[in-house]
Design a protein around this ligand. Structure first.
Ligand code: DAT
Ligand code: MG
Length: 151
């Protein structure tokens, strides 16, 4: 059966800074499975759709401009508790409030350059996966080492 899935995007600041493998490695080494991956250069309209919940916030304009300024690395990760755990691995929205050991706590200092997005709940994970990926881009593949990751 299919376990839980979440959407994550390595933002353009992290792409520029050469942090793609650093960030992906944290999810991979934890034991989560990558089931979809592509580089996407969002339009402002697309970025606005992704962040539609924040439309009324004062930083919305800057946020969609930043997100559409270059390519992001879009990913779907799968595994037990992945939605909540990805948020824990990412850290707080403001990198100065993120604990060391988290992605933002270790790699960022500014809320406007906080290197990574992760879905915040089951419903947003479903919605964001559907926005960024078509079903044929998501791969249900088997790991031969599954018994060494989960029992
Ligand atoms: P998160 O990315 O942790 O889910 P969010 O959904 O509240 O946080 O906001 C989405 C993004 O918007 C966030 O990653 C960075 C930007 N943002 C949030 N709050 C902000 C603020 N107070 N000032 C500037 N940018 C902000
Ligand atoms: Mg959010």
């Amino acid at each position: 059966g299919v376990t839980e899935r979440t959407f994550m995007a390595i933002k353009y600041d992290a792409v520029q800074r050469g942090l793609i493998s650093e960030i992906m490695g944290r999810m991979e080494k934890k034991g989560y499975k990558l089931v979809a991956l592509k580089m996407v250069w969002p339009t402002e309209e697309f970025a606005g759709k992704h962040y539609h919940d924040l439309k009324e916030r004062p930083f919305f304009g800057n946020l969609v401009k930043f997100m559409s300024s270059g390519p992001a690395v879009a990913m779907v990760w799968e595994g037990p508790g992945v939605i909540k755990m990805a948020r824990t691995i990412i850290g707080a929205t403001d990198p100065l409030k993120s604990n060391p050991g988290t992605i933002r706590g270790d790699l960022a200092t500014s809320v406007g350059r906080n290197v990574i997005h992760g879905s915040d709940a089951y419903s947003t994970a479903e919605e964001e996966i559907a926005l960024w990926f078509s079903p044929s881009e998501i791969h249900a593949w088997n790991r031969t080492n599954e018994d060494w990751i989960s029992s």
